[in-house]
Design a protein around this ligand. Structure first.
Ligand code: SIN
Ligand code: FE2
Length: 220
């Protein structure tokens, strides 16, 4: 005789983490980055030693309130010349730091769970938000190939993610993203407008008053 039945009743952890559909091709995978968070943040720290946080300038001349850096074969940059992916960090004149295995593994796993098997990111934009920082509605469309999805990992303070439609004027859904949540959008949602509402103040056990977002793309 065994007590397997009772063991199972005791186990509150579902076998597959809950996923919440946002739209056709878009899903929130709740908490899937949580077990890896400390390793991911150690890797972010190492990246920012070689490629420090910076506030980039939009083509229109405005300084972005989100601080950014990148890793991988290409980094997303903006300056007076426009938006682009560049294999070189303009601040250091060196290649961007390599994408850590922890990043690649999470991005590939999350994409597969969202129905995009075989995702191989070559670029990761790393965003840092302080209280009050926002990211206005935009499309990710500087990548060469829109067949690959976008995988976006939230760490630290919670944020309200704005997920709109194909037109800027489409009213966005407001989705609360907490530490460890991952959003994947691709297929018919690949060019959906999205953004982040001004970050509310708070105190996160790992990141204090910060939110860090990792956005994986196939850029090249
Ligand atoms: C982005 O669109 O690049 C970032 C989204 C986020 O911070 O959640
Ligand atoms: Fe984006």
């Amino acid at each position: 005789m065994t007590f397997d039945l009772f063991d199972n009743l005791d186990d509150a952890t579902p076998a597959t983490p809950p996923s919440e559909p946002l739209a056709d091709g878009a899903v929130v995978l709740r908490g899937i980055a949580r077990p890896d968070a400390e390793a991911l943040l150690a890797d972010v720290h190492a990246i920012t030693i070689a490629a420090p946080w910076r506030h980039m300038i939009t083509p229109g001349g405005l300084k972005m309130s989100v601080a950014m850096t990148n890793c991988g074969h290409a980094g997303w940059v903006t300056d007076a010349g426009g938006y682009r992916y560049d294999p070189i960090d303009p601040l250091s004149g060196q290649l961007w730091p390599a994408m850590p295995a922890s990043f690649r593994h999470l991005a590939t796993t999350a994409a597969a769970q969202a129905g995009f098997a075989g995702f191989e990111p070559d670029a990761c934009l790393i965003n840092r938000y302080e209280p009050g920082t926002r990211l206005s509605l935009h499309q990710d469309r500087d990548e060469r190939d829109f067949n690959a999805p976008i995988v976006s990992v939230s760490l630290g303070l919670p944020a309200i993610f704005l997920f709109g439609g194909m037109r800027r004027a489409d009213p966005p859904q407001r989705v609360r993203l907490a530490h460890g949540d991952v959003v994947v959008w691709g297929g018919p949602s690949r060019l959906a407008f999205h953004g982040v509402a001004p970050l509310a103040d708070g105190d996160h056990p790992l990141l204090g008053r910060l939110r860090i977002n990792l956005t994986f793309r196939k850029a090249l």
